[in-house]
Design a binder for this molecule. Sequence first.
Ligand code: SIN
Length: 528
Amino acid sequence: MFRGRGARTIEKDCVLIIGSGIAACTAALQLAKDKRVLLITKGELTDNNTIRAQGGIAAVVDQRDSWELHVQDTIKAGYNLNNEEAVELLVKKGSSYIQKLAQEGFPFDYDANQVLSLGKEGAHSRRRILHAGGDATGKAIITFLHQQISTAIEIITNRTVIELIMEGNRCIGVQVIDEEGVVSNLYADSVVLATGGCGALFDVTSNHPAMLGEGIGLAYQAGAILTDLEFIQFHPTLLWKDNQSFGLISEAVRGEGARLVTGNGDFIMENVHPLLDLAPRDVVARTIQTVRNKGTAVYLDISQIKDFRMRFPSITTLCEEANVNISKGLLPVSPGVHFAMGGVQTDKYGRTSVAGLYAVGEVACTGAHGANRLASNSLLEGLVYGQQVARHISKLPNKQQNNRKVDETSSRDLHCSKISLPEQAEIKKIMTEYAGIQRDYQGLQVAKNWLENFCVHKPIASVPSTQKALFNQLTASWLLVTSALARNESRGSHYRMDFPENRESWENKHIERYKEIDWQQAITGGEL
Ligand code: SIN
């Protein structure tokens, strides 16, 4: 691990990967065969969303299934806004990587006949969800990957990337800040954003608290194109007790037969969708929200599931923590922010519109998820696109950059006056109230006006280093809100109460965002 406090110049063939989840680690491991890899994470290695993934990994491994069906389900869940090529790549490569993982000794769950145990989740036409440790798939996979990276890769923890360093319109490194406010610049031939999602910009979420959308802000400030940011998936079932969420209750629970009911035992998904409780997530989440808005609590009735504790040990623990008695068979639930379908626009190799900058995992938008991600396709995405980006970068020739002198503290801060930014809690409140599961013009406009008080248009280089992370979070929030304002229709996870229908004129349309930057004028990332 890099523990030195001072700034340091990294040599030519270095790849910087920002993040610590499945996409970051997969890319890092593959790249380490050919390049020097440095992985930077703003907290500890375990501060990511992967570790929280319960459900599993969707993949075609059963003879009764086919890649065509998995593609079809993914595109149907995504309301046809998916990039078909990106979906095919995900699904086809996915099954071979999964088989390789199993051969390498990853502890997938098997049934009594030693056949891979396959679960079912919403909008899947087949049982194809592989899992590990019952409902602890993400934890198992991240443990498996971390064991390997700790020997192969240099890891920097507790440093937040606050700005991408640009030379002309090429990304050549990152500026980081540590917990004591010391700023350093790190240079590399390639920079990979694998920073995860933005769920923690909202009050109620399944995401790790570190998931504050900073990768979105960083990429925007560097001039990268971002796309589909209005599509934020709400997971229907977070465990809900005493007006707070205690974490996710996997869709796999409904896959095993749990039903959504009111306290009176009425099935709330009856007559709403032919797939009932396993309808696409946006449909289920909005139905629960509508019932709850009327003051009626919603529960998952798990009384029909045999051996619940054994199949779902992590959820059992969550219930114990929340003081919810499983043996009564009713788990109180509410929807919460879960996954960002949009992000930094990339091609199939994770290349962004900015030279030297790559994105992978939830922060990226390959187009594989369309307007609504199919359950358990996200770990698969990390695995497949993590390999894609690594394969591409591995083949790049090592360049000879000039060494740069780097100061430990950015001297430009001397010219930056502290700006008045809100508390994180205020951002969450605004985002939850106005950019949540049901949106409309008035509310989004309130959020936009509020966010614009904080000059999100100004160059990040003019923001003091200690405020840049928050500035990136505000930028991400503003991009999300303004994208949601621009899409005057409802599609997938994006629901506008003032435009409740899909509109033909919006079919196949994507909202792209980027900042026009005059690179002749701009100076970024400290003094070069
Ligand atoms: C779940 O287990 O319900 C979440 C899995 C996912 O979002 O893919």
